[in-house]
Write a protein that binds this ligand. Structure first.
Ligand SMILES: [Zn+2]
Length: 252
């Protein structure tokens, strides 16, 4: 996969159906919250089981990429990378019911359910997908995307909706960017969905500290998207504060 293709598919990754978990879905499962109003956080010390599956709901126009040994190894490697900081384990198994189910459907981009919300999905349905992982995908791309998606699996949401960030969005520029087919060709409704209607998440329902533009959970932000002229590049690994923050949520 060449750099161009990486860039394109990256931007498409924003629009996946299950990826709008930066807000609590209306159909959020009725689970006992561990922390008041923060129901997606796993119990500290959890062993979260994961399995690769074939998509059972593949549409005729969709294709599944092959789960090669390297693709499998890289996804597992970057899932486990969170364990250095968080008191949590991702256990990959080959059969039986699991918390997380991973597919490689090319047309579905990259997404993950957020935290324990994966428990509300039927066992034959994926809770995480990687649409652009191939045998020869660059290691940095595996790291960037798999670390980010497993961050969602631990309950992290997109950093640009941190209530501390206080972006003054220039929405017309964001709409114009994504309307370009090269950047996804999204209509405004889809942009709104992926940008949480340009609102920060509810401060009462989320645990957060200061805004961290280096976070692996941050989208790139173009300079003309906010009144402040913030610019955030393509973050490809943990920031120091990602490590600190997840260690605070899941202390060892
Ligand atoms: Zn994301």
């Amino acid at each position: 996969m060449d750099a161009d293709e990486n860039t394109k598919t990256y931007f498409r990754s924003y629009g996946m159906p299950a990826s709008n978990w930066h807000s609590i879905p209306d159909d959020f499962p009725d689970v006992a919250p561990l922390i008041l109003n923060k129901p997606w956080v796993w119990p500290n010390g959890s062993v979260i089981t994961c399995k690769f599956i074939s998509a059972t709901d593949l549409k005729p126009e969709e294709t599944e990429n092959p789960l090669t040994p390297r693709v499998r190894r890289k996804i597992e490697q970057y899932a486990h990378s969170w364990e250095a900081f968080a008191n949590i384990k991702f256990q990959f198994v080959d059969s039986g019911p699991t918390d997380i189910r991973i597919t490689l459907v090319k047309e579905r981009g990259a997404y993950s359910e957020v935290g324990t919300s994966c428990k509300s999905r039927p066992q034959n349905i994926a809770t995480m997908n990687y649409g652009w992982f191939y045998e020869h995908t660059d290691d940095k791309e595996f790291r960037r995307t798999a670390t980010h998606e497993f961050g969602h699996a631990l309950g992290c949401v997109h950093e640009q909706f941190n209530p501390s960030a206080k972006f003054a969005w220039i929405t017309k520029n964001v709409y114009a960017y994504y309307a370009d087919p090269e950047h996804g060709g999204w209509d405004t409704a889809r942009v709104d969905l992926n940008f949480n209607n340009f609102q920060p998440v509810d401060a009462q329902k989320h645990d957060f500290t200061h805004w961290d533009p280096k976070s692996i959970m941050h989208y790139p932000i173009m300079k003309d998207w906010t009144e402040q002229g913030y610019e955030v590049g393509l973050n490809t690994s943990f920031s120091d504060f990602d490590k600190e923050f997840i260690a605070r949520i899941y202390p060892k």
